[in-house]
Design a protein around this ligand. Structure first.
Ligand code: PLP
Length: 401
């Protein structure tokens, strides 16, 4: 899929090799934006044992490793069933397919997300209908979802962006009132909580990504759909193998979207560490808050807000600055990584121009695209690295002394 490919190029360039658009090469950065090698040094032996186990079995597609991962993810998230698939993008696609959403249907989501969210809606032939975000959380504003519902609306896709759950209760109330499905785009938020529940348990279906840069990342692409509805889970398992329960006999139209055993085996090594990695990310977030406040930066920056009923897992630590582009350039010039997610809201991208949206229609999403800047937050990040990043930000704003 083109959007995934583009994303891979972008994310992998920030991991290891070279950045684009005239910014310094990563070799000139003092440390990377995301250091997956640091994670591998802590679990490498176990990962290699898992890889060897799969190679010795020569069982590569679905099979016992995938089944085991599905049970372990279902238990971790707190749902009755989990169905592995080829990517987070496909998880969204399968969720829409299993609900028979297609031409003539509308699906509500936000324009401030990765393209896969609305892309999946368009791919099944339905119409993405955008609703603006809350500026504080970057997530869909439930207060303005209601007026966007029409007789064609079939589902709402709240995105738990950057690792923070969307405000689900009002969305679930609206969905119940209008008999709509809720598909959680939890690609960035595995482990995050809304009230006492983990994301992926709240809606009709939850969609996860195991892209390497996610909090639970594989050694390639992978995804999972979670649900408490066993009938939907059963149909998802068929749709991911061309609608076949029995070999060479298709009950319905499906696709090829399977998780492979190597990914599952590696993810099974990582899953038991996920909560402690999330705690390390939260500790790093607390450190940024303390350092920014010590440096007098609170009047210049907006730091991520976490409503009291939610537990943020910080796939990204995303600050806001009205001088974002200059700040990013300044940091990179001093050797510090900082990335922009997302520079263009979806309603202003050519792929969605056919929907007819205009600039100014979603002011909070547009402002977020101009102001959001993500700082490194991975679990192995060191205290002095964070102090250096914040010192450089303070130099930029003239509060360093
Ligand atoms: C919010 C969101 N939705 C969906 C996806 C798609 O996941 P994948 O890259 O695994 O296809 C991503 C991945 O970046 C994402 O961030």
């Amino acid at each position: 899929m083109v959007p995934e490919t583009m994303q891979n190029v972008h994310t992998i360039s920030t991991l290891a090799t070279e950045s684009s658009q005239g910014s310094p090469r990563n070799t000139e950065l003092l440390f990377p934006f995301l250091d997956l090698r640091a994670q591998f040094t802590t679990i490498g032996d176990e990962v290699m044992q898992a890889v060897t186990r799969v190679m010795e079995s020569q069982h590569f597609i679905l099979g016992p490793e995938v089944q085991a991962l599905e049970s372990e993810i279902a238990a971790f998230v707190g749902v009755r069933s989990a169905v592995g698939c080829a990517s987070g993008s496909d998880a969204l696609l399968l969720a829409l397919l299993v609900l028979n959403i297609g031409p003539g249907d509308e699906v509500i989501t936000t324009p401030f997300t990765f393209v896969a969210t609305a892309g999946a809606v368009a791919r099944v032939g339905a119409k993405p209908v955008f609703v603006d975000i809350e500026p504080e959380t970057f997530n869909i504003d439930p207060g303005i979802v209601g007026p966007a519902i029409t007789e064609r609306t079939r589902a709402i896709i709240p995105v738990h962006l950057f690792g923070l759950a969307a405000d689900m209760d009002p969305i679930l109330r609206l969905a119940a009132e209008h008999k709509l499905a809720v598909i959680e785009d939890a690609a960035q938020a595995i482990g995050a909580r809304y009230k006492d529940a983990r994301v992926g348990t709240l809606g009709t279906l939850g969609c996860f990504s195991f892209f390497p840069s996610k909090n639970l990342g594989g050694a390639g692409d992978g995804g999972m759909v979670t649900t408490n509805d066993l009938e939907l889970a059963d149909r998802l398992r068929i749709i991911r193998v061309h609608g076949s329960r029995k070999k060479y006999y298709s009950e319905m139209l499906g696709t090829n979207s399977r998780l492979d055993a190597l990914q599952a085996a590696i993810l099974r090594v990582k899953l038991p560490h996920l909560d402690s990695w999330a705690r390390a990310r939260q500790r790093n977030a607390d450190r940024y808050r303390a350092l920014c406040s010590e440096r007098g930066l609170n009047e210049f920056l907006t730091l991520p807000s976490v409503p009291a009923d939610r537990c943020h897992v910080y796939n990204q630590f995303t600050i806001r600055s009205t001088r974002r582009d200059q700040l990013q350039k300044f940091l990179r010039g001093r050797g510090f990584p900082a990335e922009i997610y997302y520079p263009h809201p979806l309603h202003l991208q050519p792929a969605f121009s056919y929907l007819g949206y205009k600039e100014g229609q979603f002011p909070h999403s547009e402002a977020a695209s101009r102001e959001a800047l993500s700082l490194p937050i991975y679990p192995e990040l060191k205290e002095d690295q964070q102090a250096q990043v914040v010192h450089a930000i303070a130099e930029f704003y003239g509060t360093a002394n």
